[in-house]
Design a protein around this ligand. Sequence first.
Ligand SMILES: Cc1cc2nc3c(=O)[nH]c(=O)nc-3n(C[C@H](O)[C@H](O)[C@H](O)COP(=O)(O)OP(=O)(O)OC[C@H]3O[C@@H](n4cnc5c(N)ncnc54)[C@H](O)[C@@H]3O)c2cc1C
Length: 349
Amino acid sequence: MPLILPEFNLARLNTLASPVTAWAYTSVASREEVAEAIGYAKEYKLPVLPLGGGSNLVLAANLNALVVHLNLRGIELVDESDSEVWVRAQAGENWHEFVQYCLNMGWYGLENLSLIPGSVGAAPIQNIGAYGVELESVFAELSAIELSSQLAVTFTRDSCGFAYRDSVFKNRLKDQYIICDVTFKLQKTPQLVLGYPALAERLADIPETEITPQQVSAAVTAIRREKLPDPAQTPNAGSFFKNPMVPQAQFAALQQQYPDIVGYPDSASGQVKLAAGWLIDRAGFKGATRKSAAVHKDQALVLTNPGKQSARYVLELAREISATVNELYGVALEIEPRVYPSDDSAAAP
Ligand SMILES: Cc1cc2nc3c(=O)[nH]c(=O)nc-3n(C[C@H](O)[C@H](O)[C@H](O)COP(=O)(O)OP(=O)(O)OC[C@H]3O[C@@H](n4cnc5c(N)ncnc54)[C@H](O)[C@@H]3O)c2cc1C
């Protein structure tokens, strides 16, 4: 049985540095310990909150839950063909270290996702994406334990329902599974994705046929370091809002009023994906502060908690931003990270 620690302060385990206390905390390092932790929560009728790197969480108040910190480790090659490899990583592996490991092994496809904070196990939850690549393009399958039955279940790509920053684990199957490992299908020969403007610009000096996956990873890492605040210095949870999708007609109408509005056609939905950062910036919030919360001075999409106070002040600021953006542009913003506690949060096993 893993050690159960009561009254546990989570300040150092979430990148917003919110100082909330959980009813209890346990660190699990094997599937057996995951099952035992679920059994313990069941016995005490406690909801379970799975925790990875805490980089996509807004902990707004103390939690009446058992926090199960996924620390399962290991990376293995499970199969290969002439051109592809199937690589399985345990949920507790650090995402960026896993990306670097694969690059060093000559397994390609993850390079654009370099330096995204967090764990392998959380990556499918919101189908992490950056610089023109989303997790679903390299995903093979995952194995999870169902909280209610404590049975292991395998999810294929189709059964994960991946979409933009979304999967079944954020909606239909929310809070019902703990992901234990994820298997990726990677390439032995690089198939680089270089279309993202900032990335293309950064690599412009190298002839396209000579660019390596390692150079792509280094470029993405450098851009991210320049652009995004390091949570260790300035507590934050990355992009606080999703980029909203609007029908083309609404985009055309907005363009009439705001000729420099930023939007990209989304081929999957036929809609236009608006840059939420532009909307927030133009609404006058860049650099704004309210109590202990702030909007980053360079990145309007990133809300910060410089005073390491309760994340409820960050949420108050987020609500003010949403209301103003809706009033100005008629566009609803959706919060990207997971907010706890919420009415339907933390699953009862
Ligand atoms: C500076 C910064 C930059 C970021 N940039 C990006 C980006 O470019 N693209 C992007 O997509 N995201 C980005 N993010 C968001 C974040 O890094 C990802 O969502 C990441 O996958 C979260 O991993 P985590 O381990 O920290 O998850 P956590 O924050 O620990 O958990 C997130 C959610 O997943 C659940 N969960 C965690 N692990 C498991 C598991 N094993 N099984 C079941 N449920 C689980 C938690 O209960 C919670 O609901 C960024 C965040 C920060 C702070």
